[in-house]
Every structure is written in structure tokens, then in C-alpha cells.
Design a protein around this ligand. Structure first.
Ligand code: 3PG
Length: 209
């Protein structure tokens, strides 16, 4: 499942971190991201609608992998899987969550912010981790500083990354994907401006091509 996680992140290159207030919003955002060129969508479990949104995207939008983000508890792993989530992302990964992710059978991208946390996850078999919150804990200099000592640890930096610096992160050899919400701004979603989501997505993918 670590192989599957790496393949999924490599395929999409940019992982949109999406927060929705209804299942319909989830479907509309997923379609907009897909028309902009993305292959995956992470729906955060930060709203009551998130689980229904994951199920709706899984049911109604073919050709995009839907995952659950902000997964904080083993119970949320079960709920996300039951809804049809195809992958899981955590912002941080205490030992009980690392264990639950290992046994759940779904591709997982566990969050970590320090060398010690990254090495603990690597020792448990995780080959790619979400570096979070990437810009706040050190940004590009941190990503580069990890390359020599943590040569086998692949990263999906997320948190504070934007259209302007995604390409710089992706140019680093330990980065397989970058995550973020810059192309799924809350005001655009609230206003139904899914056209802007598609445009920002396409622009971001053009910038990293
Ligand atoms: C996350 O949970 O990964 C973040 O909310 C995404 O970070 P960003 O909103 O700063 O892009």
C-alpha cells in the first residue's frame, strides 16, 4: 500500500486539499479539479459533510481518486473507508494512528514535521510522508536539508504552499507531490465559482510541467 500511495501522489503531482460543506460541493469541486487536469482529491474530515462528500465523489465522479484528509482517529479511518475513501492523509501521526494506518489496508500518507517523526514512520514502513505544515516548519530549506540524512524518505510537503512555489518544491528529489488548498479557495467554493477552481488547477499544472 505504500507503493500505491507513492504511485497515486506521483500521478497527480499536486494534491488538492478540499474542505466542503455539502456532498454536492464535493462533487462539483472534484469535477472542476478533474477538468483542470488533476487525478486525485483529498477531502478533509473537518466538516460534518465530509464523509457524505467522499461517498458522493466516489459514486458520481469517475477517474479521480478520492481520499480523506485530516484523519485524526482510528474511528475516522473506518468511517472514511466505509464511505469509499481510496487513500488517507493525516496532519500528524501519533503511534496509535501509525499503527491503525498500517493495518487499515488503504494507501496512507502520514503527516510529520520533524526528522524524528519522519524516521519513526519510515521505521514502520511508510515510504512517503506529508511534511506538514511545510512552510511553517521550514519550507524549501527544510526539504533540502532532509535530503542527505533522510535519503529514503519521500515527501508530500503541504501547508502554506501556493501556485508560485509548488514547482520549486517539486523540483526537489525527495518531493513526489505537493499538497494545498490554493486552487480550491473557500470563497470560490462558497460562491460556486468552480470555473476558477478549474482555471487555477490548470494554471498550476502548467507551471510545474
Ligand atoms: C492541510 O490540511 O493539508 C492544509 O489545510 C493545507 O494547507 P494549505 O491550506 O495551507 O494549502
Amino acid at each position: 500500500t505504500q507503493h500505491a500511495a507513492i504511485e497515486l501522489l506521483r500521478a497527480t503531482r499536486i494534491l488538492p486539499v478540499v474542505t466542503v460543506t455539502s456532498a454536492e460541493q464535493g462533487v462539483a469541486v472534484a469535477r472542476a479539479l478533474q477538468s483542470g487536469g488533476l487525478k486525485a482529491i483529498e477531502i478533509t474530515l473537518r466538516t460534518p459533510a465530509a464523509i457524505d462528500a467522499i461517498a458522493a465523489v466516489k459514486r458520481d465522479v469517475a477517474g479521480i481518486a478520492v481520499g480523506a484528509g485530516t484523519v485524526l482517529t482510528p474511528q475516522q479511518i473506518d468511517a472514511a473507508r466505509a464511505a469509499g475513501a481510496e487513500f488517507l492523509v493525516t496532519p500528524g501521526t501519533p503511534p496509535a494512528m501509525a499503527e491503525a494506518l498500517t493495518t487499515c489496508g488503504l494507501p496512507a500518507v502520514p503527516g510529520a514535521a520533524t526528522p524524528t517523526e519522519l524516521l519513526a514512520l519510515h521505521a514502520r514502513g511508510f515510504r512517503v510522508c506529508k511534511l506538514f505544515p511545510a512552510s511553517a516548519v521550514g519550507g524549501l530549506p527544510l526539504v533540502r536539508a532532509l535530503q542527505a540524512p533522510l535519503a529514503d524518505v519521500l515527501l508530500c510537503p503541504t501547508g502554506g504552499i501556493g501556485e508560485g512555489d509548488a514547482a520549486q518544491y517539486l523540483a526537489e528529489r525527495n518531493v513526489v507531490c505537493v499538497g494545498g488548498s490554493w486552487m480550491v479557495r473557500a470563497d470560490w467554493i462558497a460562491d460556486g465559482r468552480y470555473d476558477l477552481v478549474s482555471e487555477a488547477t490548470a494554471r498550476s499544472l502548467a507551471a510545474i510541467a
